[in-house]
Write a protein that binds this ligand. Structure first.
Ligand code: G
Ligand code: MN
Length: 426
């Protein structure tokens, strides 16, 4: 190993050993990987002065690889790293460390263009690595040290949380949920921006007992799919949902409802007929019901998608594309499927006010939807700022915690009854 590649301070080590006796608070441990030696040393110095323990200073990717090869070498809590090195880059380091349960958080210091820095922070997030911070150079070493130490997770390497493995749901358990009527739609309201009226609800599947939510929705849907019980569960949800809408209409409150349906269910003609029968049973016009399919499902083989979605529209239902922006839409395909509504994925709405890129995407989605004759719903609106942004972008409807969280149907009914003229005060 080059003597200048790794500098472990002897005095530091002695001091750390002496301190090991004391039950002191854990110190922030850092490896500094910066190509310019003077800058690296200045940053290390500032970090030490600010109270961090700098265990290594290296100037290239090889330096980090060597440290990683040392037997039982503990990783630091934070890796302060540049992006471009003479022998490689921090992208390699991220890929290398992503596989380790004790991976450090990354703190990026760089002179690269914004787009490159953003790519690096995105890669860290995609690899499941914690990001301790980003500083664009030039910057004062003291400011870098201060920022790094302000990172709340600086003391502990990012050990993967010990999640207790959830037992897979058995067929008989799922059937019991269905039999006992535990599977219920929770209703989340949807508001029309032009008037402030609540015009509908999305029915979200929840397995809910007297003691609370019994199974998380993601796990539930996966298990139902595995045991070929999703059609049955969806029909159960649909029956409860149409009852809800019929009750609202009887009370003079005009609201629609949407139900999430998989393309696999839609491809089953008998399922579609059952759906139509459920609506007919409460003498509801199917145009009060919207079927939501995910963008991923919508981008399957065009002939099947057209057949299945065309059929559902022929039966009189509306059709929404859900989670829009998360899959691989082709505009060609999108323009050929008979959608009546486009729902923009929540990820594009979160912190919309602070992200010009997201603002452009939401505006483009709103224009696209309008051009294709669809209503455009912004999902996951949580703040007044996000609301103002989606309104300015041209979305026609909003859904999200700002209006309300999903509620059990009886509670949703009371919630709606309490609104004067179905208007929600925003
Ligand atoms: O993919 P789909 O849009 O069907 O999923 C809706 C999910 O998003 C539900 O589980 C619902 O509870 C959740 N959700 C709805 N509104 C919000 C919101 O404003 N913020 C967050 N974080 N989650 C939301
Ligand atoms: Mn949905």
């Amino acid at each position: 190993m080059h003597s200048d590649a790794v500098m472990l301070g002897a005095a530091e080590a002695a001091q750390a050993a002496a301190m090991a006796e004391l039950p002191a608070a854990p110190r922030c441990t850092v490896w500094v990987a910066v190509p310019e030696p003077e800058l690296a040393e200045a940053i290390a110095q500032a970090l030490r002065q600010a109270g961090a323990r700098v265990d290594a200073v290296v100037h290239d990717v090889l330096g980090i690889k060597r440290l990683l090869m040392q037997p039982r070498c503990p990783l630091p809590s934070v890796l302060l790293t540049g992006l471009r090195f003479p022998d490689g880059d921090a992208f390699q380091l991220m890929r290398l460390l992503a596989r380790r349960a004790d991976a450090p958080a990354f703190f990026v210091v760089s002179r690269q263009q914004r787009a490159v820095i953003k790519a690096a922070t995105t890669l860290a997030s995609v690899c499941g690595l914690a990001l301790a911070g980003v500083i664009e150079l030039p910057a004062q070493p003291e400011a870098i040290a201060r920022d790094l130490l302000a990172y709340p997770g600086r003391h502990a390497p990012a050990v993967a949380p010990a999640t207790a493995p959830q037992p897979e749901l058995e067929r008989h358990e799922l059937l019991a949920l269905l039999d006992r009527d535990v599977l219920q739609p929770w209703m989340q309201p949807k508001l029309r921006l032009a008037t402030g009226e609540i015009i509908g609800f999305e029915a979200l599947m929840r397995a809910h007992d007297a003691d609370g939510v019994v199974v998380m929705p993601d796990r539930l849907v996966a298990a139902l799919q595995r045991h070929q019980l999703l059609d049955q569960a969806t029909l159960h949800m649909a029956r409860r949902t149409v009852e809800f809408v019929a009750t609202c209409l009887q009370e003079g409150m005009a609201v629609s409802a949407s139900i999430n349906v998989s393309m696999q269910s839609l491809s089953n003609v008998a399922f579609c007929q059952e759906l139509a029968a459920a609506v007919d049973h409460v003498q509801l016009d199917p145009s009060w019901i919207t079927i939501e399919i995910t963008e991923t499902d919508a981008m399957a083989d065009l002939a099947s998608v057209i057949e299945n979605t065309g059929r559902i529209r022929m039966l009189g239902f509306n059709l929404a594309i859900d989670d829009f922006g998360t899959a691989y839409s082709s505009f060609f395909q999108l323009s050929r499927i008979p959608f009546s509504e486009l729902k923009i994925e929540r990820a594009f709405i979160t912190s919309l006010g602070e992200d010009r890129g997201k603002q452009g995407i939401v505006k483009a989605c709103a224009m696209l939807g309008a051009s294709l004759g669809m209503h455009v719903v912004a999902e996951g609106v949580e703040t007044a700022e996000e609301l103002a942004q989606v309104r300015a972008a041209g979305c026609t409807e909003v859904q999200g915690y700002l209006v309300s969280r999903p509620m059990p149907a009886p509670q949703a009914l009371d919630w709606l009854r309490a609104l004067p003229e179905q208007r929600f005060p925003l």
